[in-house]
Design a protein around this ligand. Structure first.
Ligand code: ADP
Ligand code: ASP
Ligand code: MG
Length: 439
């Protein structure tokens, strides 16, 4: 059994859905196909939800109507038979009626998650209608019946496995299953999600749960590139990455993969392939337990970082100081990404400011706190990079003249991270691209 995940652009038009159909019917291996929402839909739903949160029902209604008109257009070229048209029209009607009803209910966080879930529900049901019209046998597996997160918002593979195997067991002869990425149920049983870009995470969790032969992530680019192609002029695809390398790149900002999507694959040793729906013959990237070479492989950048410098008011970094600092971050469930220490102070970075005022207040009870907003972590990744002196030398030579706020080296054998002001990101990525890859 294999898992194939198609992102928003890959299902972004009726023609793309036809292309996806070709790819999923190219061989006879049993498969679970995980779909994202049609590209642009989740962004539109986020906007609708935030208008509702502000109480602006008129603007929300306008956005809902615009989105509905886009779906009406979409189904016109997706299905052609009376049965297919009827089915697709009913699907669109059902989900837009739901959004219209939500307009009348008072806004809550749970409602927000319900709104966001409509994208994946629409894309999978419409795709299923298309497959039905084409006479392609398949089963729609509702992700809300098996994908769950626990009270800490963490998915547990074993819990997912029990439920998905029981669902699959109901259709012993089926060879093609379609399901939603991104959406899940939380510990309270409410509709929730795996955060933006979460369909990759759904796919790798499902692949781990069913012990798939491979987890294929089909997107709009031919694999992981050595640098962010949206920012840097010249980038090249990487043929092979180890789980460790891919996990670091995903966590530190390579948008092609959800930050948490590698751990299930790594833990359950499921190979992951990054492939291009628009160019299926391209090699893409294979991510597996093997690392083929040492030294620098790729660079990623993570935005929206806040750096906090915490200086002990006792002028010496007494034992117990770090524990006190970390306990505060733990209390507010705020993960720390980078850490550097000196004799009297520690600097840490976080990617969520939600609890920052409360954290600062508690830190100020025993230290002086200075906060730098709008920072970017640049992460240079490669197998055993920390043991490759030439790589380190090249990294620092490439950073010539750059004002670096923090450096983290040695925490992982596969990563060197630096922190710079966000406005330097493009320049630094470009300089590293030339210095490390000669591009
Ligand atoms: P999908 O909708 O298929 O999930 P995403 O937009 O989430 O696709 O991810 C693919 C995009 O990730 C690419 O189009 C590319 O612009 C961006 N990206 C950022 N960093 C990288 C990288 N290092 N390699 C490849 N793509 C990257
Ligand atoms: N549709 C969701 C998003 O846009 C999940 C995904 O595409 O992976 O974030
Ligand atoms: Mg994505």
């Amino acid at each position: 059994m294999k898992v194939m995940k198609f992102g928003g652009t890959s299902v972004g038009s009726p023609q793309r859905m036809q292309q996806v159909t070709k790819l999923i019917t190219a061989d006879t291996e049993k498969k679970i196909v995980v779909l994202s929402a049609v590209s642009g839909t989740t962004n539109a739903l986020v906007e609708i939800s935030s208008l509702l949160a502000k109480g602006d029902r008129i603007a929300a209604k306008q956005k809902i109507d615009t989105l509905e008109a886009q779906y009406q257009q979409f189904i016109k070229s997706l299905v052609i038979t009376p049965t297919g048209i009827n089915l697709a029209e009913n699907i669109v009607k059902e989900h837009f009626e739901f959004l219209t009803i939500i307009l009348r209910i008072s806004y809550s966080e749970a409602l927000n998650k319900d709104v966001l879930a409509q994208g994946e529900l629409l894309s999978t049901k419409l795709f299923s209608a298309y497959l039905m019209e084409q006479g392609i046998a398949h089963k729609l597996l509702p992700a809300l019946d098996f994908m769950t997160i626990d009270a800490n918002d963490e998915p547990q593979v074993e819990a997912i496995r029990t439920r998905i195997l029981s669902l699959l067991g109901q259709y012993p002869d089926a060879t093609l299953f379609i399901t939603q990425g991104f959406i899940c149920r939380n510990a309270k049983g409410e509709v929730d999600n795996l955060k933006r870009g979460g369909s990759d995470y759904s796919a790798s969790l499902i692949a781990a749960a069913v012990q798939a032969s491979v987890c294929e992530i089909w997107t709009d680019i031919s694999g992981m590139h050595n640098n962010d192609p949206r920012i840097v002029n010249k980038t090249i695809p990487i043929e092979q990455l180890s789980f460790d390398e891919a996990a670091e790149l995903a966590y530190f900002g390579a948008k092609i993969l959800h930050p948490a999507s590698i751990w299930p694959a790594q833990q359950y040793n499921t190979p992951v392939k990054l492939l291009n729906t628009m160019e299926p013959e391209a090699k893409g990237t294979l991510i597996s337990g093997q690392a083929t070479s040492s030294g620098v492989k790729a660079i990623a950048a993570k935005d929206g970082i806040t750096a906090i410098n915490i200086k002990s008011s006792r002028m010496l970094l007494a034992y117990g100081f770090l524990r006190k600092v970390f306990e505060i971050f733990e209390k507010y469930k705020t993960p720390i990404d980078m850490i550097t220490t000196s004799e009297v102070a520690v600097s840490v970075t976080i990617d969520s400011d939600a609890s920052l005022p409360a954290i600062i207040k508690e830190l100020e009870a025993f230290s002086t706190v200075v906060v730098d907003y709008n920072q970017t972590i640049i992460c240079i990744v490669g197998n055993e990079i920390a043991a490759t002196p030439k790589s380190i030398q090249q990294v620092f030579e490439s950073l010539n003249e750059v004002n670096v706020r923090m450096v983290s080296y040695g925490g992982s054998a596969h990563n060197i991270s630096i922190l710079v002001a966000a406005e330097l990101k493009k320049q630094v990525l470009q300089q590293l691209n030339s210095g490390l890859f000669g591009l």
